[in-house]
Design a binder for this molecule. Structure first.
Ligand code: HSE
Length: 337
């Protein structure tokens, strides 16, 4: 399986580390021999149709800051041209999230789909501005489009709801969809200030490149949009979400809520087709009242009642594991088709 990687930040590098450490398992369990044939970051690119040396790629990125230094005489190439012209089965779109117009990720995904390549992304931007049309474009071009890592980090929230709940109907859902704000609110319970907690989350690599995306509830809203489109058959964008972030939550608010046996959590909900993200007091006994970077979602179902899925919602290696999961699934689909 040949892969083009667009965006080589924390997740791209962790995904590459996973390919290196799991190469024997991937072959033995799934018959897969993945090869990265092109890799692009914000400053350069490298192409090798017979497979890039992954260890060298990681070293170059670490020591020289760009994969463009992989070859001595690398010529700068246009990203869209690389996506179109390099032979590959899968394009991984891992550039930073832009919730305003989804770019440049949106163009990368559209170009990949139009050139008949399967697409995996963890980029919430393109999905929150153009979800229905991307799904249609994928169908029209007969390719697989997977985006497990856009919601829940490594936790298969989308797959759980889409596949494990078949035959039942999701009436509504609510939960914690942003790891960074949950980490900050949890740390505030331990009496860290908002600023200290945010800094800590940034150092640990949980926060978005622009931390306002987390703090102002935009990241949670984008995930809510993705879930509502994919699981509830709604056709919505970020503008349909009523949103309040956590920037006004004080340590005193957190302490007061604790006295009532509650915690303040940034809750995203989809109820009666209303999409809301806002800080709410949640009983410490509620299964969605999880701490740190954990995400938790309770689905209310027509027949089987409430079901909650909990897991790590942020982190490079966690999200890279979702990318790998998507890749294995695409491979299984390609082989059985
Ligand atoms: N910044 C995001 C979060 C990363 O904290 O949840 C995972 O989508």
């Amino acid at each position: 399986m040949r892969i083009i990687v667009i965006g080589f930040g924390v997740i791209g590098q962790n995904f590459t580390k996973l390919l290196l450490s799991k190469s024997v398992d991937l072959y033995n369990q799934y018959g897969m021999k993945p090869r990265i044939v092109a890799c692009v970051d914000s400053k350069g690119s490298v192409i090798n149709q017979s497979g890039i040396d992954l260890k060298k790629l990681l070293d170059i990125k670490k020591n020289r800051q760009t994969v463009g230094e992989y070859n001595l005489h690398q010529t700068q190439q246009d990203v869209l041209q690389i996506i179109e012209s390099v032979d590959a089965e899968v394009v991984l779109e891992l550039t930073p999230t832009n919730l305003e117009n989804g770019e440049p990720g949106l163009s990368h995904i559209i170009t990949a789909m139009k050139s008949g390549k399967n697409v995996i992304t963890v980029n919430k931007g393109p999905l929150s501005v153009a979800f229905p049309s991307l799904i249609e474009l994928a169908k029209f071009n007969g390719i697989f489009f997977r985006f497990s890592g856009t919601v829940g980090g490594g936790t298969p929230i989308l797959e759980f709801a889409k596949r494990c709940l078949k035959g039942d109907r999701i009436v509504s859902f609510r939960g914690i969809l942003n790891g960074t704000t949950n980490y900050i609110l949890s740390k505030m319970e331990e009496r860290l200030s908002f600023t200290e907690a945010l800094k800590d989350a940034q150092i640990r690599g949980y926060a978005e490149t622009a931390p306002a995306l987390d703090i102002e509830g935009l990241d949670a809203a984008a995930k809510l949009v993705i879930m509502s489109n994919w699981l509830m058959d709604m056709k919505v964008t970020l503008e349909d979400v009523e949103r309040i972030g956590i920037s006004k939550v004080t340590t005193n608010d957190v302490i007061d809520s604790e006295k009532r046996g509650n915690s303040i959590k940034l809750i995203a909900s989809c109820e009666n087709k209303n999409l809301i993200v806002k800080p709410l007091e949640v009983s410490k006994l509620d299964p969605i009242c999880v701490n740190g970077t954990l995400n938790a979602v309770t689905f209310s179902l027509e027949y089987s009642g409430e079901q909650t899925i909990i897991g790590r919602g942020a982190g490079g290696i966690e999200t890279a594991s979702a990318v790998l999961r998507d890749m294995i699934e695409i491979r299984e689909n390609i082989v059985t088709v």
